[in-house]
Design a protein around this ligand. Structure first.
Ligand code: BTN
Length: 243
């Protein structure tokens, strides 16, 4: 898969830039926006995404689908998380996916993903896949997520562009699997990297703190947990906290 790559010095948000490029100029081909700096980088749940200029990867990949059912959209998220881990594995092993799609190393977040879809009927028209990956930044202010970077992990500066190219290669491979609807293969990788999968761990939900095991994920992306009491519960994105 080939992507036109558009490199920017500074932009509000690469996701917003990608969206306006598609909508204003009726672009229908896959492309990538990479920026050295974002002035209004957006994260999940309305959060902001901070990234020191020139040190990290902040990019958005716009992908158009021929026929891809909305009900399978969580597979995009799975495919992108796997791609990032595969690329990072070039440097070190031990990266994990924290459900739904954050990338962690030893309980610290190294990358976040913000996927925005355009829907037409029962199908996805296009997806804008925003990736923020901390590469050489060492200090994180307002560090609510307990952030880390590749540099903090391997004690080396890495050219963000080199890692970006690795990610693009991996994403091409995984998007190819997606387009061929090879969902079982994608699940094999995803569960191999999923944090706490089938391991007893502590969580909290609206009924309090409990121990349980992640036993699966629904097609919709809902997390399925078997509590220590034997009760099986399904969770939407904001309904559970990993402790
Ligand atoms: C998260 O909250 O974990 C998701 C963070 C996603 C950040 C990336 S940086 C590039 C792209 N443009 C944005 O405005 N956000 C995403």
């Amino acid at each position: 898969m080939n992507f036109e790559i558009i490199r920017l010095e500074s932009v509000d948000s690469t996701n917003d830039f990608a969206k306006s490029k598609i909508e204003e100029f009726s672009v229908k081909k896959n492309f990538v926006i990479v920026a050295k700096e974002q002035t209004n980088g957006r994260g999940q749940r309305g959060n902001l995404w901070f990234s020191e200029k020139g040190k990290n990867i902040t990019c958005s990949i716009a992908i158009f689908f021929d026929s891809f059912l909305i009900e399978n959209q969580f597979y995009i998220s799975k495919a992108v998380s796997i791609s990032i881990i595969n690329a990072l594995s070039f440097f070190k092993s031990g990266f994990e996916i924290k459900w739904p799609n954050d990338i962690y190393f030893e309980k610290k977040k190294i990358a976040g993903i913000l996927i925005e879809n355009s829907i037409s009927g029962k199908n996805l028209n296009y997806s804008i896949i925003g990736i923020g990956l901390n590469v050489n930044q060492e200090i994180f202010e307002n560090d609510l997520d307990k952030a880390t970077s590749l540099k903090n992990i391997i004690s080396k500066n890495i050219d963000p562009n080199f890692l970006f190219e690795l990610i693009l290669k991996e994403i091409s491979i995984l998007i190819n699997l997606l387009e061929k609807k090879m969902f079982e293969e994608i699940d094999l990788y995803y569960f191999q990297f999923l944090m706490n999968y089938k391991i007893l761990a502590k969580y909290s939900d609206n009924s309090g703190v409990f121990k349980g095991k992640i036993i699966g994920i629904e097609n919709s992306g809902h997390l399925i947990i078997e509590k220590q009491t034997g009760e099986i519960k399904k969770y939407d994105f904001k309904e559970i906290v990993f402790l």
